[in-house]
Design a protein around this ligand. Structure first.
Ligand SMILES: [Cu+2]
Length: 409
């Protein structure tokens, strides 16, 4: 409810966009730390499914998790069918923008929109300038309405925020219920303006990953700015309860969708329970190693905190039995085909490879749409393991001996 604390990488992350080159084409993404965080929290997929679940009744249902039949209720406001959908569209993207600004407050520029609709090459990052093509007269006229939304003649076009949201989001010409307006198509115009046809991995046209793209946040930030300008001009407060509730509702929905995509993200239902007394090699020898490493990396893998990194809890308010259960034969996020711990086989155990600093040579094959994150853990600037060789061999021999679960005292 109170949002996110700053991410540990806020102190060290670079400013601005990152270049991603493939097949001779440059695309721009947000910084890799942001992409990793979004991957760990299934944001790319959840964002995609958030849109999919609004296409359930339209027959456009493209989904990787059968979202229309999942436990998440299909919204009655379907995409571009009602002004309620227009409002949810605005609130959902604001939830993401707001969260990222909370996580990386020193780098909020990355999640800020164009100050005005870019009509000249000088208004887009230098990497895009040579490709700049003029917009159509219709797009320019609509963009002007957006930039000047606070003028009375523009304000009066939209009886409420939902109508404005539909106008911004939906295909040009789509009717906006309750008004004599038709949608502008600006959202699509902006999305398709900077598609790199030979370099779509993090591209604006790739629905599965487009939130990785630097221009995604520039364009959605512009939409958000237009919305905010409308609200101010209408005398609405930036902190009114209806707005807070709407943004929180989108946060919950996206979270629920993320848990359909990846059940490992489901939080401990009973975090307040006292921890059991335990014994065994893991509890007595291995866990303390993790606990001290966690302190060095400001709680990255501690439960419950703000959500452990990579959905992986190695310490904190969690029993040793639950830690081991979350490791043995469990998929390693960012680890391709690897499992976190394979009993009897430390060299096939992603957890061991990561802390030993040898994940890069292990032959990781990224899963569809994913990456192999082979850097040493805990993260170290010099790439060298921060666990001592005695600690590493203790972990190794625990896995070798079958990764036995702790016993209750
Ligand atoms: Cu979106």
């Amino acid at each position: 409810m109170d949002g996110y604390d700053p991410h540990p990488t806020d102190a060290t992350m670079k400013d601005g966009s990152a270049e991603f080159t493939k097949n001779g084409q440059i695309d721009l993404t947000v910084q890799p730390e942001v992409i990793s965080w979004m991957e760990e929290n299934e944001w790319q997929a959840a964002h995609f499914e958030w849109h999919s679940i609004r296409r359930c009744t339209g027959g456009m249902g493209m989904s990787r998790v059968n979202i229309c039949k999942s436990a998440v209720p299909v919204p009655s406001d379907q995409e571009c069918k009602s002004t309620g959908d227009g409002f949810q569209f605005l609130a959902m993207h604001r939830h993401m923008i707001q969260s990222l600004k909370q996580l990386w407050p020193k780098h909020s520029e990355q999640f800020e929109g164009f100050k005005k609709f870019p009509t000249t090459a000088e208004e887009v990052p230098q990497q895009w300038r040579s490709d700049f093509r003029p917009w159509s007269a219709t797009t320019l006229a609509n963009a002007k309405i957006g930039d000047e939304i606070d003028k009375p003649e523009n304000l009066s076009r939209f009886p409420d925020e939902g109508a404005l949201g539909m106008w911004l989001q939906c295909f040009a010409g789509q009717a906006i219920p309750g008004t004599n307006q038709q949608a502008s198509g600006l959202h699509g115009d902006l999305h398709f303006k900077w598609v790199r046809s030979q370099n779509t991995d993090h591209g604006l046209g790739n629905q599965f990953t487009n939130i990785d793209n630097y221009m995604f946040w520039k364009l959605h930030g512009w939409i958000d700015n237009v919305w905010e300008k409308y609200r101010v001009a209408k005398g609405m407060s930036p902190t009114d309860q209806k707005l807070k509730d709407a943004v929180a509702a989108q946060c919950y929905e996206m979270d629920a969708i993320a848990q359909v995509i990846n059940p490992d993200l489901t939080p401990d239902p009973d975090p307040g329970n006292p921890l059991p007394e335990e014994s065994g090699v893991f509890h007595e020898t291995i866990r303390p190693i993790f606990e001290s490493a966690i302190h060095k990396c400001s709680g990255c893998h501690a439960a419950p905190s703000t959500g452990p990194q990579a959905g992986l809890s190695l310490g904190g308010d969690i029993s040793s039995a639950d830690i081991v259960a979350g490791l043995v034969n469990k998929t390693a996020r960012g680890g391709g085909q690897f499992k976190l711990v394979v009993p009897g086989n430390p060299d096939q155990s992603w957890l061991y490879l990561k802390v030993a600093g040898t994940a890069g040579n292990a032959g990781c094959r990224p899963s569809a749409g994913g990456t192999c994150q082979t850097g040493v853990m805990p993260q170290a600037a010099d790439g060298k393991p921060s666990l001592t060789s005695a600690e590493l061999s203790a972990l190794r021999s625990w896995i070798q001996s079958g990764a036995p679960a702790p016993t209750k005292k």
